[in-house]
Design a protein around this ligand. Sequence first.
Ligand SMILES: Cc1ncc(COP(=O)(O)O)c(C=O)c1O
Length: 418
Amino acid sequence: MDYSILTNEELTKQLALCKKRYQSLLKEKLSLDLTRGRPSQEQLELSQPMLDYIATYKPGKNSDYRNYGQVEGIPELRAAIADMLDVDKENVIATSVSSLNLMFDVLARAFSFGVCGSTPWAKLPKVKFICPVPGYDRHFKMLESFGVEMICVPLLENGPDMDIVEQLVASDEAIKGIICVPRFSNPTGDVYSAQTVDRLVAMPTAAKDFRIFWDNAYFAHELYADAPVLKNIFDCAGDLDRVYMFMSTSKITMPSGGISALICTPKNVKSTLEFMGVQSLSYNKLVQYAHAQFLPNAAALRAHMEKHAEILRPKFERILALLDERLIGLPQVSWNHPRGGYFITIYAMPHTAKHIVDLCKKAGLTLTAAGSTYPYYRDDLDSVMRLAPTYIQPEQIDVAMDILMTSIEIATLERMIG
Ligand SMILES: Cc1ncc(COP(=O)(O)O)c(C=O)c1O
C-alpha cells in the first residue's frame, strides 16, 4: 500500500486496524526473541561429531596436547586457519573461545604496554577510535570500558566513508584505531569493497601506532554462493603492521566450545606472544585439535558452512518476504537484503525505533535495544533496528514478524498523523 497518498482520515482508519491487531496479539501472551546472533540448536548439532575427536585423542610421538605449551596454537590448527583465510600460518595465533576476548586483550596490552614499543595508551591524555556506524554493540562497550572516545563515521554500502576516515586519521594523533566488521557487517550485512580495504591500509595516519581491528567474524558466513567477497587485507600495499585480524569459530562450530585467532604480521606476532607467554601456559589445545580434525582446510569449511546456510537461508528469506509483502510503501521505512552474516537491519521512520521496540516488548517480542548499534547508545535519528533471525524457530517467525510489523505500522502511522 502506498501510504503517502492516503488522507489523514484514511491513515487514522488504518491505524485503528493496526491497533486492533496489536490488541489481539497482546492477548496471546507470547514470548519470542530476535535479539542476539546465536546459532540455533540445529546449527550446533552440525558440529556435535567434532567432540568425538577430544574423547578419542591420542598423543603423538613428539607432542601431547593434553599438556602445557604452544601458546601460539597447535600447528594443524594454525595451518587450517591459514588456509581458510589465505594467510601465512606463521602469522596465525590460535587460542580458545571468543575473539572478543582476544580483542579485549589486544587493547589491554596496548593500554598497559604500548604497541610494539610505543607509549602505553593509558599514559596518553586521550585515545580515540573510529567506529563505523551502525556497528556492533559489544565493540562499542569494549572501547567505552577503556575510556576510548569513539568517533562515528557512516558505514556505507562499500564500507566506512573513507573520505572522512582519511581526513580524521591524517590530522589527529590521538586516533589510534578503527574497528571494522568488513564482511557481512554486524548489523547491516555490508561488505567492504576492495578499494576501501586498500585505502585503509595505505592511508597516512598521524598516530605511528595506529591499528585496524579487522573483526572477520563472518568471513565464511555467506547465505548465497554469489555473495560479495572481501579482499584479503594482507594482500594490500601499505602498512600491514597496522592490521590485527580476528576470527573465531563461534558461529562455525560452537560459541562455547570454539577457538579464536589473531592474525597479524611477524612483528606483531612476536610482540603479542611475548606477553601471551606471560599470561598463560597453554590454551585449550584439545579443542584446537578437534577443530583441526573436523575442519582441516578451506574446502572442509566451505562444505560445513553450506550446511549452516541451508538452515539459515529460509529464515532470512521468510523474514524478508514478510517485510517486502507488508511494509513496502510505508514512508521512510526500509531494510537491507544481506547476502550473508547474522543480521537484518531495519531503518524505521526517524524517531520511532525506541517506541517500536517498546511496543514489541509489551507484546512478547524482545528485540535488541534501540540505539545499541551506536556508541553510547546514541542513534540520533532513533531509527536503526537489528534483527537476529538465526536462533528463532522457523514456526515462530510469522507471529514474531506480525508483532514487529504491526508495531512498526502503529509507530509510523502515529507519526504521520502527528
Ligand atoms: C562482529 C562480531 N564480532 C565478534 C563477535 C563475538 O565473537 P566471539 O564469540 O568470537 O567472541 C560477534 C558475535 O555476535 C560479532 O557479531
